[in-house]
Ligand binder design. Structure first.
Ligand SMILES: C[S@@+](CC[C@H](N)C(=O)[O-])C[C@H]1O[C@@H](n2cnc3c(N)ncnc32)[C@H](O)[C@@H]1O
Length: 330
């Protein structure tokens, strides 16, 4: 990570702790090191505005526009900032407050604003648009969520859940329903290739976990089933699919400096893959948030080995609830 990104990340951590002043200093350093660190720049302007330093922030963005008059991103930020200053409230998507903490109340209490903000960062439009889910009967067999998570989710101010490994959406639907039932303006990002695990390919005829029936012209269309299941459950405004590998998903979240409240790891079950997922996603858990996962049972030796190794190496406490494993961040 370059120095500017590092300062930006520190700034986000201060924001999460409610220390706007320190956050502002970090964003300031990030922007002075790299004027084109747009994320840091937006956060700098937003935080300055919130601290009542609007005139200073205005000078910053005015100078940058003079220096980069044809930079489209810069012009967008300037326009959004102007809207914000003129009281057109949420025009400037506050990327760092997508996932506010307890001492940082939501700025946009109405509906699905976090879903929309997240979607804006994606390289695709709303995946549910023009999707006729009624043409795909619901089939949500798979793992699923587990009510054992209820108490952990209720303990924290949850707005962003990251799921690694969604299959047909059983667990995603549990997480999405948790948000919807409580009227939480939150979102679940589901990171999956929708190409299956090694077991799904080897035991391809398994009625629940087999991949065979999803192949069309030699390529699985499992994703279509996932999208249909989410839609049948009416959770289109709570679940954003991220069709890629877990490794790219983690890089993407880090790139956007996004921290999650709760992460659920249920992708590849191979020991070395699980270890890598845990390593990749731990830094993305926000302070006091949770890193969790599935398959703590006799058939999940690889998972147990990987998680135990990680916990020992990082001197962390591990909770087991049913078949789920849970690590809380300090
Ligand atoms: C056990 S299933 C997930 C089950 C799901 N959580 C449920 O409740 O039904 C594992 C999923 O992880 C995905 N997967 C495996 N390796 C992956 C990787 N490296 N990156 C992204 N997804 C992966 C597979 O495509 C598969 O859909």
């Amino acid at each position: 990570m370059n120095k500017s990104k590092q300062f930006e990340r520190e700034g986000l951590e201060f924001l999460n702790k409610g220390n706007d002043q320190k956050a502002l200093e970090c964003f300031g350093k990030a922007v002075s090191l790299d004027h084109l660190n747009y994320q840091a720049l937006r956060n700098l302007l937003l935080t300055a505005h919130r601290l009542g330093l609007t005139p200073d922030a205005t000078i910053v963005i005015r100078d940058l526009i003079q220096e980069y008059p044809s930079d489209a991103h810069m012009l967008t930020i300037a326009r959004e900032y102007t809207d914000l200053v003129q009281g057109k409230a949420m025009a400037m998507a506050p990327l760092t407050t997508i996932f506010p903490s307890k001492d940082r109340p939501m700025q946009a209490p109405h509906g699905y604003s976090n879903f929309k903000k997240l979607l804006e960062l994606m390289p695709f439009d709303n995946p549910y648009d023009n999707f006729n889910f009624n043409a795909v009967p619901q089939d949500i067999s798979g793992g699923g969520g587990d009510r054992v998570f209820d108490k952990y989710l209720e303990e924290i101010d949850v707005h962003l859940i990251v799921e690694v490994g969604s299959w047909k959406g059983a667990s995603a639907v549990y997480f999405g329903s948790h948000l919807k039932e409580r009227n939480i303006d939150g979102v679940v990002i589901c990171i999956d290739t929708w190409l299956g695990t090694i077991n799904n390919m080897i035991e391809y005829n398994d009625p629940i976990w087999g991949l065979r029936k999803y192949y069309v012209n030699g390529y699985p269309r499992l994703y279509t089933q996932f999208l249909a299941n989410v839609s049948h459950r009416g959770l289109q405004n709570y679940i954003v699919p991220f069709p890629n590998t877990s490794s790219i998903g983690a890089k993407w979240l880090k790139h956007h400096s996004i921290l999650a409240d709760f992460i659920y790891i249920d992708g590849s079950h191979e020991e070395e893959d699980v270890y890598k997922d845990v390593l990749d996603y731990w830094p993305i858990v926000r302070p006091k948030g949770f890193l969790t996962g599935d398959d703590w049972h006799s058939g999940g030796e690889g998972i147990k080995n990987a998680v135990t190794r990680f916990v020992k190496e990082h001197n962390l406490h591990l909770d087991i609830a049913g078949t789920k494993w849970i690590i809380r961040k300090a």
